[in-house]
Ligand binder design. Structure first.
Ligand code: HEM
Length: 386
């Protein structure tokens, strides 16, 4: 294989991952020089061994998006990482998130009510996209009328990768200016929102820098939006693939949390994460020099037959299911409780209110423009309206 990823089937990269696990489980791309890692154990190690694999993948000279993230926790190593993470952690504990359940249910009902009589819709456009955006926007205290701009910015960001080097500067600048204005506004008029509490927060008596605040906003915008959208969309794909699955889950909603974990494994919304080798190290017997960029293929690890029996089978009741969809170790997804809760509420409503849910016959699905984030652009579905 010359260069990875050259996805032959964007919506089904799994056979290609499997081929890589067999032939080149740790593969250096001769074109970019980046190392690609495919097996469960190696991916787990790359994600969690922060001493050997740094998250500062832009180094001291990051790309423009890298710069936006540079000061945020996803892009820092200890000890700074722990300090930054502790600032936002309270907002995302399972208990804090559980308090959002009534609001998420109300929003889901608001979005679904007008759709139910129609019998068909694009579920991404009408539910899976707007729901997480509204939730994160409300947490950050962003006005409702600005939500559409969120979508454009986060789409633009996920379609870039640290290797791509394309110029997305105008969108990034617009987003940075927007958040800077929002931060200034909150500085003068604090509210009961995440941006206001970050402004108040201090580490060792020091306030966060403006770049750190901007990094948080950008990270939450991207992390909180596309990923959860795709979890909901990918779940509908999984539940409608096999006849009877949607019906079974509608009748036994207590199976849903486990089914959602299986969606996270089987169609992982985040397929890959980046690191850079902090020291000379070794993976699967191959020497990796310090400074090497590394791509850990979560989507491949989650289909590794050494970890998961019958990995290409979607098994609603799979247990144990130690998937890596939310990462592993100190960078484990901060938003996991929120994503799980939103998905559970949204999917339970979809299954109970849209009986006979199926993919629209002849639907042509297209993957989102990203090799990192995995999901469909549109999801045309139909059901039997009451
Ligand atoms: C299904 C939905 C989601 C998936 C699959 C997902 C996946 C991930 C993954 C794989 C990481 C680890 C990154 C790494 O190791 O470098 C991560 C980190 C993170 N996620 Fe999520 N995420 C989701 C939803 C969310 C939501 C809803 C939020 C916030 C509202 C969020 C916020 C974050 C943050 C802040 C980090 C960085 C944590 C750190 O570096 O300490 N995520 N996510």
């Amino acid at each position: 294989m010359a260069s990875f990823p050259a996805l032959e089937q964007p919506l089904n990269p799994f056979p290609q991952y499997e081929a890589m696990r067999r032939s080149d489980p740790v593969f250096q791309d001769p074109v970019t020089g980046a190392w690609h890692v495919f097996g469960y154990q190696d991916v787990q190690r790359v994600l969690s061994d922060h001493a050997a694999f740094s998250s500062r993948f832009g180094g001291d000279n990051p790309t423009e998006t890298g710069q936006l993230f540079a000061a945020s926790l996803i892009n820092t190593d200890p000890p700074r990482h722990r300090q930054l993470r502790s600032l936002v952690a309270q907002a995302f504990t399972p208990r804090a998130v559980e308090a959002l359940a009534p609001r998420i249910s109300a929003l889901t009902a608001e979005l679904l009510d007008p759709l139910v009589p129609a019998g068909s819709t694009d579920l991404i456009e009408q539910l899976a996209y707007p729901l997480p955006v509204i939730v994160i926007a409300e947490l950050m205290g962003i006005p409702a009328e600005d939500r559409d701009r969120f979508k454009q910015w986060s789409d633009a960001i996920v379609s870039q990768s640290p290797e791509a080097g394309e110029d997305h500067s105008s969108g990034n600048r617009e987003m940075a200016e927007y958040f800077l204005a929002m931060i200034e506004q909150r500085r003068h008029r604090p509210g009961d929102d995440l941006i206001s509490s970050l402004l108040k927060a201090e580490i060792d008596g020091q306030k966060l820098s403006i770049m750190e605040l901007l990094g948080f906003c950008t990270l939450l915008l991207v992390a909180g939006n596309e990923t959860t959208t795709n979890l909901i969309g990918n779940a509908v794909l999984c539940f409608t693939d096999e006849p009877g699955t949607a019906e079974r889950l509608a009748e036994e909603p207590e199976l849903l949390p486990q089914a959602i974990e299986e969606v996270l494994r089987y169609r992982s919304p985040v397929q890959s994460m980046y690191r850079v080798a902090a020291v000379d190290t070794e993976l699967h017997g191959r020497p990796i020099p310090a400074g090497s960029p590394i791509v850990a293929w979560i989507g491949s690890a989650n289909r590794d037959g050494h970890q998961f029996p019958h990995p290409d089978q979607f098994d609603v009741g799979r247990s144990p299911n130690r998937h890596l969809a939310f990462g592993q170790g100190i960078h484990f997804c901060l938003g996991a409780p929120l994503a799980r809760l939103e998905a559970k509420i949204a999917l339970q409503a979809v299954l109970s209110r849209l009986p006979g849910l199926a993919l629209e016959p002849g639907a042509r699905l297209e993957r989102m423009d990203s090799t990192i984030v995995f999901g469909v652009k549109n999801l045309p579905v139909c059901w039997q309206p009451a």
